[in-house]
Write a protein of this length. Structure first.
Length: 243
């Protein structure tokens, strides 16, 4: 990845901008792809989504635990400070373990995925999302504290290497993908000119917000029936084999 002097900014941007279009759209897309794999769990684990709105669809009558490196956004009684690379839970403690835009932050992503697999009960489901394509690397990734971006085959190999079976694998944010490519090109031109964006998230007007959300709803309709061949994110659902 290209060298840069930009400092990483800890914590999720969704804590300060929960109504940003991407977080709202991601919530809908996570739900449509992963909802069928939630089932009726006895206990769920959400790693790294202390901003809660993005995983509200996972809530139910079952006990749920949220883990994050940073205390901001954690709810007393169900939130735990900790690392995805050393989960402080017993083997087989959860029926569902989710990590949405988390493993790219881990220096050892194989260890993080292995830890998620370890705390899953037999037959448990792992739900993952990550950013796509290393060629899209920019100052955004540096500010966010990413170590890498992924392709779908790379993420599938990571999951299978932890002993899980991939149940569904798809790209997401395909309808907005041309705009994503243009935005990354703009960031590169700014960097070459010595100009750096002041915000991790590109600002959008109300009109652009409506357009972006409309395009994301197209993804939502398509993802109900099929996987997408490209997009700026990757979603994978995997199952831990039974005894």
């Amino acid at each position: 990845m290209p060298p840069t002097q930009l400092p990483a900014q800890p914590g999720s941007s969704s804590l300060s901008q929960p109504d940003y279009w991407w977080f709202r759209a991601r919530t809908d897309l996570l739900h449509v792809v992963f909802g069928p794999y939630l089932g009726t769990p006895r206990r769920t684990l959400d790693v790294g989504s202390a901003d809660a709105p993005s995983v509200g669809w996972m809530r139910g009558d079952h006990p749920s635990v949220t883990l994050d490196l940073f205390p901001d956004g954690l709810v007393p009684g169900e939130g735990v400070c900790g690392s995805a690379e050393a989960l402080p839970f017993a083997d087989g403690a959860f029926d569902v373990a989710a990590a949405f835009d988390v493993v790219e932050h881990c220096e050892d992503d194989a260890l993080a995925v292995s830890e998620l697999a370890r705390v899953l009960a037999p037959g448990g489901r792992m739900l993952l999302s990550v950013p796509a394509y290393q060629w899209a690397w920019s100052d955004h990734d540096v500010r966010a504290g990413h170590h890498r971006r992924y392709t779908r085959p790379r993420l599938e190999r990571l999951v299978e290497g932890a002993g899980l079976t991939v149940a569904r694998s798809t790209y997401a944010f395909g309808a907005v993908f041309p705009l994503f490519v243009a935005e990354r090109a703009r960031r590169r031109l700014q960097a070459r000119g010595g100009q750096q964006p002041q915000s991790r998230l590109p600002q959008v007007s109300p009109r652009a917000d409506r357009v972006l959300m409309g395009l994301s709803r197209l993804d939502h309709r398509l993802l109900r029936k099929r996987d997408l061949p490209f997009g700026s994110s990757i979603f994978v659902a995997a199952v831990k084999p039974g005894p």
